[in-house]
Design a protein around this ligand. Sequence first.
Ligand SMILES: Cc1cc2nc3c(=O)[nH]c(=O)nc-3n(C[C@H](O)[C@H](O)[C@H](O)COP(=O)(O)OP(=O)(O)OC[C@H]3O[C@@H](n4cnc5c(N)ncnc54)[C@H](O)[C@@H]3O)c2cc1C
Ligand code: SF4
Length: 319
Amino acid sequence: MKEFAYERPTDVRDALIAADGGGRYLGGGTNLVDLMKEGVEAPTRLVDVRRLPLAGVSEAPDGGLVIGATTTNSDLAAHPEVRRRYPALSQAVLAGASGQLRNMATVGGNLLQRTRCAYFATQMCNKRVPGTGCPAIAGEHHNHAILGWTPSCVATHPSDMAVAMLAFDAVVRYETLDGPGEIPLADFYPPVGDTPHRETALPPGALITAVALPGSAVSPRSRYRKVRERASYAFATVSVAAGLDLDAGSVRIALGGVASRPWRARTAEAFLLEAPLTPEAFRAAADAELAAAEPLPGNAYKVRLAGNLIETVLKELRP
Ligand SMILES: Cc1cc2nc3c(=O)[nH]c(=O)nc-3n(C[C@H](O)[C@H](O)[C@H](O)COP(=O)(O)OP(=O)(O)OC[C@H]3O[C@@H](n4cnc5c(N)ncnc54)[C@H](O)[C@@H]3O)c2cc1C
Ligand code: SF4
């Protein structure tokens, strides 16, 4: 690991100033520090955000919740209002990592964790250095993307939390030295295109301060299901966050483990707006969404898996 400076500000503006010119924010360090040890990341200054007044979950005027960026994954998952109003979010967070990691990991860091593509951690590739190629496409890709990928990169985004947040139209709030801003989570991760190294729409130096979850009639009746290669302590092979409000005929579906970003299943949602919410319609909606899938030889199993999981979760949500 290379030498780096370390700062621990207690004020947001001091943090922005400290990070200006190439410093990196440090949340729980559960991803960034690993990547520094592996030589993938080499920041010269770390700005620890855990003493900033950004932890906690508060009520929003629209009936939603505002989740502070330094709230730990454990505190988020255990919060009574998150469990009551957004159960899929609590379940998604608890499906990730381990108890020890969730105690350290923060909301901001979870959104910005980097892909678990094994090549990314061990050798140069387009995501690390543009133009160096993508060894995964002709190589080992059994857990890579089936939707929205390009020949530049076929990696998936690893966050469980972000999948549930996407289903409920979360908005990421941030601060920069030029002032505050916000980005809907749906626009937070740009399509991979030919720039897989550009992973978010955040301006340079931006500090994530919170994630706002709008009030929602559908979110209290929601669920997160994750298929993985081990029963715990493993990233998603495929995951589904879904919510169903039969009275309003409203449905939300987001997928994890299938694309370079959490994937909102808008085709399936649109299909179900026009159909009775029956098991047959759930299957047809899943098939409609996955008609766009372009699997590689090693990950074609994910298409069927994702379809089955969408159908299963929606059936579970139907009384
Ligand atoms: C063994 C293992 C298993 C795991 N399994 C899962 C899993 O199944 N599902 C899952 O979702 N995750 C999993 N994780 C990932 C874990 O959840 C993330 O490492 C964690 O959420 C990152 O949070 P952090 O606060 O530690 O981030 P850090 O490592 O501190 O930071 C990550 C990135 O976010 C940036 N950052 C942090 N805070 C801010 C902020 N406020 N504003 C701007 N930038 C910021 C940092 O600069 C860095 O680039 C696993 C991790 C490990 C090590
Ligand atoms: S899939 Fe993306 S991260 Fe993995 S080797 Fe290819 S370019 Fe790199």
